[in-house]
Structures are given as C-alpha cells and as structure tokens.
Ligand binder design. Structure first.
Ligand SMILES: Cc1ncc(COP(=O)(O)O)c(C=O)c1O
Length: 396
C-alpha cells in the first residue's frame, strides 16, 4: 500500500541546507543526504493551505504574536502530555538554539559552569563555550546497547554548576528518559540549586511504545526548570524559525525577555505564526502516521544491519528520527569513517565525533526520508564495505 511518506519530493535546488549544502559540507555533491535534522516529507496539508491563504494577502509587515498562538501551545502540551502551562510562562523565540544561548547569557556570568551530557547535539558545546561559560561534562554511559545517565558522576562534578543543559528526548542517542530517571535528575538539581534548561524539541517524535514526560511537569515546583519546545522538528517546519521557551520563574522570564529586547529580536513573522498554530491545532493525525512510518523504517534498518551488515550496530532509538550507529567494529578511525561513508558509500551522515569524544566511532543517520532511500543507502554502505574489505584483504 502506498504511503504519503513514500512520495519523492525533489529538494535539490530549493536552497535546502541538507541537499544544496552537500558539496560544501562533504566535498561530494552526490552523497545521499541523511544528515541535517529536517525531513524530506511534505508537511501536513493543512499547514500548506494555511500558508497559501496567508500569502494571498499581499502585505507581509511586522507582526504580533496573537493570543490564539499562545493558546495553541497551551492546548498541545495539555492534550499530548497533560501538562498545564500558564500563558505568562511562554516566551517566543526564533529557535531553540538561540533560546539556549539567550538563557545561558541571561542567567549566568562568564566563567560560570554549565553541565552537558555528551554525546550530545553539538551546539550544546558551543552555547557554553562561545558565551565564555565553563563546560562541565557528564558523559552518558553506554551499556549493552543502551545509554543511561551517570548520576554518581553528575553528583560529584556538579557542586559548583549553575545550569544543566538537558536534552530530552536525547539527540543523538535516541533515549526517551523515563519518569524515574527524570525524578532523580530533579532531585540532584534541587540539591545543588541548578537551573535545568530542558531542550524538548524532539518531544513529539517518540515511537509508539514510548512516552515522553516534560521534565517540568513532574514536579510541584518547576521554578528552576526552563523548557524549550517547538513544532519545528515535529511537523518539518524548522526553516520558519519559531519556537517557545516555557519559563515558570518570573525573575528568569524578566532576564530572558530583557536579553531578547537588547538584541531586538522578535520571532514573529506572518508565516511562522500561521504554520506554528496550524500544525499544533491540526497536525496530530499526520504526526501519529509519521511515527508509525518512522518506526517501520527504524525496524527495517535494524533487521537489515543484523542480517547484512553486522559490523554496524543500531543503538535502538526510543524517539527522534535520528539513528545512532555504532560503527566501531568497522575498525576505522574517525577520518577513515568519514571518508568511507562520503566517498566509498556516497552517503552523507553526521560524524559521531561531532557530538563529543565519546561519539568517536559512531555515525548519525537521519531517517526522515522515504524508506526506499534509506534501504538504498544501506545497500550502498554494504557494497562499499565489501569492496573495502576485499581491497584490504580482510575477507580473502
Ligand atoms: C536537541 C536539538 N535542539 C535544537 C535543535 C535546533 O533547533 P532550532 O533550529 O530551533 O535552533 C536541534 C536540531 O537538530 C536539536 O536536535
């Protein structure tokens, strides 16, 4: 049966980072692009229709955030997560990464400590180092194919920290943290008086057998938890640049709003607000179908690797459309791995080493594309690996 997500849509030539940035990033314009985290799927039809309707009004002037936009977010987190947020807690922003940086700059001074948990989305590093704060690492622990938080190490290193920058669900390892892990994190944070910035941009992209819990929804007193959330990854509208911070603490809100005022950034534009609200109000069915499709792709990849490419092992994700591939059994260093995927297999993945030292030997694959592309990429990888092995005499 044909599926809406099987449809091929040509993106090359649309100034797409993922497609038109291939030569610049990989030095090979022919790689199959499975890197930057957006998807090759058409957004919910309702979103496109609403944008077209807005475009027919021929003036695209300075724009306000309507009350209905706030309400669409309040309703979404209530319906999906049973989390009740207040209208005053919401600060709109032009993206989650700018929100992380703005929050760090608003709530800490240069030299103060911020904890991150690598391997992790690489702007987490730069959000700390570029703002001249001190990076403190609490590396995730990999055991029997599953990543967990090293709470003992976290307790030890965190005494002087101000902020924990938390990724939930986690990019790239695909963990959807469970309630007991989240409760333990809150307990430690309270003990040390940290602010937690919880980046929950992947919250909605959770496979049917798992459940995301907004961190701040698990405590009676969420004053020290700031949540970053957006429909951008969920509904494939990240190029429109609108996200939200949920900030229950009044003083934090004042500091962050002041920061955005200083740099004179308003995230409102005539199109971003329409897509944001329509996606949250009308996209739920599309999202449920998407997650079934992605689950199927994830399981196909797992089966393929097990049968045909056992030297690459999938760290099975509980959420996100990003697969974390353990390539250590290929016995290549990071430079060789990169060369192998880009020039032998012609598949453009994100090198694991980008996500921290403990990402070395891993690659991240974005499966947000029709499944036949993913299966073709796996075939390319298998054939290229066989060629390499024959050349190096490993299977002769
Ligand atoms: C964890 C995480 N946070 C933030 C972003 C990017 O957010 P934005 O485009 O809103 O800055 C991504 C994109 O991949 C991500 O994975």
């Amino acid at each position: 049966m044909s599926d809406q997500f099987d449809r091929d849509i040509k993106r090359a030539g649309t100034n797409s980072t993922k497609f038109d940035g291939r030569l610049g990033t990989f030095g090979n314009a022919n790689v199959m692009p499975l890197w930057v985290a957006d998807m090759d799927f058409a957004v919910p039809a309702e979103v496109t229709h609403a944008l077209i309707e807005r475009a027919t009004h021929p003036i695209y002037g300075y724009t306000l955030f309507p009350e209905s936009l706030y309400q669409s977010l309040i309703d979404w987190v209530w319906l999906r997560y049973h989390w009740k947020i207040e209208r005053e807690w919401i600060i709109f922003s032009p993206g989650v990464v700018p929100s992380l940086t703005a929050t760090i700059m608003s709530l800490t001074q240069a030299g103060e400590q911020v904890i991150i948990q690598p391997p992790v989305y690489f702007p987490f590093f730069s959000a700390v180092t570029k703002t001249e704060r001190q990076l403190i690492l609490n590396p995730l622990h990999l055991e029997q194919g599953r990543y967990t938080i090293d709470f003992d190490q976290l307790e030890q290193i965190g005494t002087n920290a101000r902020i924990l920058l938390f990724c939930s669900p986690h990019n790239p390892v695909g963990r959807v943290w469970n309630k007991s892990e989240l409760a333990q994190l809150i307990e430690i944070a309270n003990k040390h008086n940290w602010v937690i910035i919880s980046d929950e941009i992947h919250a909605d992209l959770v496979y049917p057998e798992n459940q995301h819990h907004p961190l701040a929804s698990l405590t009676e007193n969420p004053e020290n938890i700031i949540t970053a959330i957006a429909p951008s990854k969920t509904f494939n509208i990240p190029g429109l640049h609108l996200s939200a911070l949920i900030v229950p603490n009044k003083a934090h809100r004042a500091a962050i709003t002041h920061f955005f005022d200083i740099i004179h950034v308003s995230a409102a534009n005539p199109f971003s607000i329409v897509a944001f609200e329509t996606a949250y109000r009308k996209g739920a069915t599309w999202l449920d179908e998407l997650m079934l499709y992605l689950k199927n792709t994830r399981d196909h990849v797992n089966a393929y690797l097990t049968e045909h490419l056992p030297d690459i092992h999938l760290i099975k994700p509980e959420g996100t459309y990003l697969l974390w591939l353990d390539c250590r059994a290929l016995h290549m260093n990071d430079k060789q791995l990169k060369h192998f995927f880009v020039h032998e297999a012609e598949v453009g993945l994100s090198p694991g080493a980008l996500f921290g030292n403990n990402g070395s030997g891993f690659m991240r694959m974005n499966i947000g594309t029709p499944r036949h592309n993913i299966m073709a990429a796996l075939e390319n990888i298998r054939k290229a690996y066989n060629r390499v092995k024959i050349r190096s005499g490993r299977i002769l």
